[in-house]
Design a protein around this ligand. Structure first.
Ligand code: ASP
Length: 349
């Protein structure tokens, strides 16, 4: 479920293709980006920078580390955005996104809320590492009551690469943030020429320039936005199932005080007998358990019985992640626990 960012969304809507699948504009794994900005683009965009490859360069040892300021990033794309688009840069963090914690998620949520508090703001762009972009994007989406778009973007190749993909991605994101057709649709990830709704988006490739895909169904819906609340203190763990996985991995999370556990099951959401016993005990002790799957596409469903079958586990109170995979299910479970919301309402789409 990707939407080519270059296509006029109005045209896409008119064609009835709003949420349908389409091939990336980028067949050869090079970001296409906007050759020219949309002629009628206008508005005020706040660009929040958090680090990631888009803001990184190689150090003396050849490792890639965040070094580039937000102003430098935006300066590199001035000629790819409309003359009538004003951009304000706010540096929020300078992190590799794999190092982010839920405190950092709170920082992003607050920065987005502050940016939207400005009445003249037309839309918000967040530059972010790709490793955990899907988490931050779905967190923002969960708390986004505002109609104005919030568009995440990043890069697979660093700023000092001979052929960086970040500038085209950033220009696309800014142009998407001022596009009225993107209002009332929540948060997005703009990447490699595609504009993908945050819910259901995931990094599907470690290197390709169009590294994001979506597992959302065509008729996906967004739940009502939650009231902004801190996620930092909500302890939600992810546990991977595999053939023969011992219940000790679940027990350890429970003993450690986890309030929620996302189990990455096999197939449509099934686990082995020993792990299932641990899950049942966790549920009985008041821990909220969500079942997702290690399979990239499709829905988690209670098809199979038996000790570790999802049908059995759902009867015992385990909640299906639906189309969400572990990364986003964990954030939505944390948001549900933080706001006293039934997780199932956030996981439906
Ligand atoms: N490790 C980097 C990060 O997530 C990867 C990237 O930005 O593409 O920050």
């Amino acid at each position: 479920m990707k939407i080519p960012v270059l296509a006029s969304l109005a045209a896409v809507l008119a064609a009835g293709l709003m949420l349908s699948s389409c091939t990336s504009a980028d067949e050869e794994n090079t970001a296409a980006g906007s050759a020219t900005p949309p002629a009628d683009a206008e508005g005020n965009v706040v660009v929040l920078t958090t680090g990631g490859t888009i803001a990184s360069t190689h150090d003396e040892g050849g490792a890639v580390v965040p070094t580039v300021s937000g102003d430098e990033l935006v300066d590199s794309v001035r000629d790819r955005i409309g003359d009538k688009v004003e951009v304000e840069v706010r540096q929020v963090a300078e992190l590799d996104s794999s190092a982010m914690t839920l405190e950092d998620t709170d920082t992003v949520l607050t920065a987005v809320a502050d940016a939207l508090a400005g009445e003249s703001t037309t839309g918000v762009v967040v530059t972010h590492g790709t490793d955990s972009m899907e988490e931050s994007a779905v967190a923002v989406d969960a708390f986004l009551a505002d109609s104005r778009p919030v568009v995440f973007t990043g890069a697979m190749r660093p700023f000092d690469d001979p052929d960086p993909d970040g500038p085209a991605n950033l220009a696309d994101a800014i142009n998407a943030a001022v596009d009225p057709a993107n209002r009332d649709r929540g948060a997005f990830i703009s990447f490699g020429g595609d504009l993908i709704p945050a819910r259901g988006a995931y990094k599907h490739h470690t290197e390709a320039a169009d590294g994001f895909a979506s597992n959302a169904p065509e008729d996906a819906v967004r739940p009502e936005a939650l009231e902004l609340t801190s996620l930092a203190d909500v302890d939600v763990r992810t546990v991977a199932a595999y053939p023969g996985a011992p219940r000790a991995v679940i027990d350890a999370a429970v003993v450690d005080g986890a309030r929620g556990i996302v189990v990455e099951g096999m197939g449509a959401g099934n686990v082995g007998t020993d792990l299932a016993a641990g899950i049942m005990d966790a549920v009985n002790q008041g821990v909220t358990v969500v079942m997702t799957t290690r399979v990239p596409e499709g829905k988690v469903e209670g098809v199979y019985g038996g000790a570790g079958g999802a049908a059995t586990l759902f009867d015992a109170g385990v909640i299906s992640s639906g189309h969400f995979r572990a990364a986003q299910a964990r954030i939505l479970l944390a948001a549900a626990l933080a706001t006293d919301t039934d997780p199932a309402t956030l996981l439906e789409m």
